[in-house]
Write a protein that binds this ligand. Structure first.
Ligand SMILES: C[S@@+](CC[C@H](N)C(=O)[O-])C[C@H]1O[C@@H](n2cnc3c(N)ncnc32)[C@H](O)[C@@H]1O
Length: 382
């Protein structure tokens, strides 16, 4: 059993913790930007394929105290590198140091690299390692003199799902879009509307959640090429994920944008994600929009003045949003923006506000709850 870390954007830890519980992981602990759990190779493959809101899956190879370079060398040398890295492994050592005696990151990296090489030389009697093989991205992180050595099993960050080939200006990260959907009360039986859809990320992530399409199915991960993990583990986890897709689930999702090119891109991305049957894309400026039904959920990432567009247009859009949703109290509305005057322009105080970081931009996720949909016959009142 290993400790495995799912790294997260600040503010998403509790959502990633919930995902870890839902995926059946145990021994969960949470700290800033990290959710840790225990597991073996199956859990590593499952975590990479299934987490919707985490950034990277790191496998912990060693943990020890080090306030000197000797202690750092000995700790890194103590790891069984000869069983992990092949002779031609392209290992790259990244470093991090926070509030620690060993404060020079380049020195930490260099000492760690020497220790890895020395240990590999106990198995392979060569002076220089060619590094022509699979990539092993390692992190030596020192926090208050406590060292964690971990292997990035994902490679590129998990927000890179593989379905978003073309991009628009200021797209939302897929992991953040999935988090916005998870934080809303939307479910597959309710209408979803994104009236500022850009490249369609929110609509696509919602459709993938509804159909239970694992977000990692369209991409590969560094650990698929790591010889210490049997290829059959990945094959089995991918097969399980494919088998769990609920193809017949077709939620009603509307995605529109003022920009015709963005709508084209969004539709093509939805096709790549295999959810084009769930989303109706249209080019509509917000002020021409009518609500497509009752008890719907609107989730939107409209422009913020800092990032794009003209402030006047943005503020007019926020006012238009308030006016439209005022007409129908059955709609729930969720808006992410960094504009501090949003509630004033929208004309209503949010029922709940949650701080989130969209990249490096501090934003609020404003949540306006609509009336509850009537119970279907046979549904309990709990
Ligand atoms: C921040 S981007 C949305 C990015 C999107 N969430 C994504 O992941 O690609 C804001 C979008 O709002 C659209 N927009 C701006 N003003 C609009 C309006 N008045 N009506 C509809 N869409 C508008 C822009 O064209 C842009 O695509």
């Amino acid at each position: 059993m290993y400790r495995i870390i799912a790294t997260t954007s600040f503010g998403l830890e509790s959502i990633v913790k919930r995902e870890a519980i839902d995926l059946g992981f145990t021994g969960i602990t949470v700290s800033d930007g990290a959710v840790e759990f225990e597991g073996g190779f199956e859990e590593i493959a499952r975590a990479n394929l299934q987490f919707r809101c985490a950034d990277k899956i790191m496998l912990v190879l060693g943990r020890f105290k080090a306030a000197s370079f000797e202690e750092l060398f000995d700790g890194v040398y103590g790891i069984n590198w000869q069983d992990i890295l092949e002779k031609n492994a392209n290992f790259i050592i990244n470093g991090k140091s926070v509030r620690s005696t060993l404060s020079s990151v380049p020195a930490v990296q260099s000492v760690a690299e020497k220790a890895v090489i020395k240990k590999l030389q106990t198995k392979y009697s060569i002076e220089r390692f060619p590094k022509t093989g699979s990539t092993y991205s390692l992190l030596v992180s020192v926090l208050k003199d406590e060292v964690t050595v971990s292997l990035n099993t994902s490679g590129g960050s998990l927000h890179k799902r593989g379905y978003r080939a073309a991009q628009v200006l200021a797209p939302l990260k897929e992991t953040m879009a999935a988090a916005l959907v998870k934080l809303s009360y939307w479910n597959k039986d309710r209408i979803l509307l994104d009236p500022c859809c850009g490249s369609g990320t929110i609509a696509i992530e919602a459709a993938m959640i509804a159909k239970n399409i694992a977000p990692g199915l369209f991409r590969t991960f560094d650990s698929e090429k790591h010889s210490c993990i049997p290829a059959s583990v990945w094959k089995d986890e991918r097969a399980k994920a494919r088998g769990a897709i609920v193809q017949e689930c077709v939620p009603t999702i509307y995605a529109s944008d003022i920009n015709a090119h963005a709508v084209e891109i969004a539709a093509s991305n939805a096709e790549k994600a295999c959810v084009e049957d769930c989303i109706k894309f249209e080019q509509i400026p917000f002020n021409k929009l009518t609500l497509p039904g009752k008890y719907g959920v609107c989730i939107a990432n409209p422009p913020y003045s800092e990032r794009m567009g003209d402030l006047k247009d943005t503020e007019r859009l926020y006012r238009d949003m308030g006016r439209l949703f005022k007409q129908d109290p059955t709609w729930s509305v969720y808006i992410i923006t960094s504009h501090e005057g949003f509630e004033k322009l929208y004309g209503k105080k949010a029922d709940k506000k949650r701080k989130l970081y969209n990249g490096n931009v501090k934003t609020d996720y404003y949540q306006f709850y609509g009336l509850r949909p009537p119970k279907k016959t046979g549904e309990s009142n709990d």
